[in-house]
Design a protein around this ligand. Structure first.
Ligand code: RFL
Ligand code: PHB
Length: 395
């Protein structure tokens, strides 16, 4: 088999890339280890930046998102029992976010790819890549894999490593090429989906002396809630009753607000990490999304950053195939990293401000409260949060 761009991974990065390439007349094949059903049901992100929403609309996969997604023009920060609204519309000149689950985005993208005869090979095994290290035009990068037990090869002009944080593309780059920048946080999130109408129209990020809590949602019937917990938290110790009790405590206000409960339909623990590898390319291999960088979920940026990377990559491939220009491809990593680091900074800052840290003392607690007070009372500080949350300019 042969194609122009071989894409490893059918997450948001791989599928958006494939669709953007198709729209420029560039052929690609997506190789995915999991089943279509698994990819379309995997519960993950829920917040789409304005720029992500605009892109999905522009490439023709925004119809259901427009109908079913919930547009929000702000978020709430809650601390000391009081709620403070950050008004995105007013602070960013009318921008907002859309709440629409990542797996719904995946369903829309898979459908659009298959409708335009795009090739996505699900359920492949033993994926490996080779001959991608050289940039000469005679080099033929190859993706090797097994499909239904049979060994296959996909020869390409380029490989896009969109295979997430546990993928094979990044580890295939020889030792000594990449530098890893990383910070692991001493806490995690216990997340639930509940059949309960959201208790707030917009998201609530809560700072509490027992730890962070977040109220989010998926639809007018389904709430998504998170609690800061230990990285090795044992879910068995968290009965539904205990989860609700802790959420009530951490989200409590003096404003007469009430948390609506409902049956819990999904529970999970997510670790928290910030990481970046540099550069995001090697020879004819380009890595994008979680394969290149991880952000802690507090800024709701992972999916959005993945989409931003492949937007840069698709444009660079477009120029290459249209005119033979290689400068955009050569600049791919540099172009992406400038934005990646700003988004890392924002995600780290939100995480630091809102979580309880071990070894913290009363001074740190007061300092965090002062920071929250500042962010919610100074227009300049609120605007900083707002412009980052709705998404920095793409390039
Ligand atoms: P993905 O989505 O992990 O996709 C990678 C794909 O590659 C496949 N794969 C392989 N395929 C072939 N061969 C191999 N050897 C392979 N190894 C892996 C995988 O099966 C998968 O299909 O990476 P991508 O495309 O870079 O997208 C990144 C996002 O998924 C991720 O950053 C977000 O989910 C992070 N995230 C959030 N991001 C947001 O923008 N907004 C949010 O509100 C938000 N909330 C979250 C989140 C992530 C969370 N978890 C569970 C980590 C909330 C949570 C709880
Ligand atoms: C979510 O709805 O899953 C969500 C929302 C905001 C975040 C992280 C996750 O910061």
């Amino acid at each position: 088999m042969r194609t122009q761009v071989g894409i490893v991974g059918a997450g948001p990065a791989g599928l958006v890339l494939s669709h953007l390439l198709h729209r420029q007349g560039i052929e690609s094949v997506v190789i995915e280890a999991r089943s279509r059903e698994y990819c379309e049901e995997r519960v993950r992100a829920g917040v789409l930046e304005q720029g992500t929403v605009d892109l999905l609309e522009e490439i023709g996969v925004g119809e259901r998102m427009r109908r079913e997604g919930l547009t929000h023009y702000g978020v709430n920060l809650r601390f000391s029992g009081r709620t403070h609204h950050i008004d995105f519309r007013e602070l960013t000149g009318g921008r907002g976010i859309v709440i629409y689950a990542q797996h719904e985005v995946i369903k829309d993208l898979v459908k659009a790819r298959l409708a335009s005869k795009g090739q996505i090979l699900f359920d492949v095994e033993d994926v490996s890549i080779r001959d991608f290290g050289e940039t000469k035009s005679s080099a033929k990068p190859t993706i090797l894999f097994r499909k239904e037990g049979e060994a296959q090869q996909l020869t390409c002009d380029f490989i896009a490593g969109c295979d997430g944080s546990h993928g094979i593309c990044r580890p295939s780059i020889p030792d000594g090429v990449l530098t890893l920048f990383e910070r692991v946080y001493p806490f995690a999130w216990l997340g639930i989906l509940a059949e309960a109408p959201p208790s707030s129209e917009e998201l609530i990020y809560a700072y509490h002396e027992r730890g962070f809590a977040l109220l989010s949602m998926r639809s007018p019937q389904i709430s998504r809630l998170y609690l800061q917990c230990k990285p090795d938290e044992n879910l068995v110790e968290w009965s539904d009753e205990r989860i609700w009790e802790e959420l009530h405590t951490r989200l409590a206000t003096t404003e007469g607000w009430r948390l609506i409960e409902g049956p819990i339909i999904q529970k999970g623990v997510t670790g928290m990490r910030s990481s970046v590898v540099e550069p995001m390319q090697y020879g004819k291999l380009f890595i994008a999304g979680d394969a290149a960088h991880i952000v802690p979920p507090t800024g709701a940026k992972g999916l959005n950053l993945a989409v931003a990377d492949v937007r840069v990559l698709a444009r660079a491939f477009g120029e290459y195939y249209a005119s033979g220009r290689q400068d955009l491809l050569e600049a791919y990593s540099k172009t992406c990293l400038r934005r990646v680091w700003k988004v890392q900074r924002f995600s780290w800052w939100m995480t630091s401000m809102l979580h309880l840290w071990e070894n913290e003392n009363a001074f740190d607690h007061r300092r965090q409260l002062a920071e929250l007070d500042y962010v919610t009372s100074s227009r300049a500080a609120s605007q900083t949060l707002a412009e980052n949350y709705v998404g920095l300019p793409m390039e």
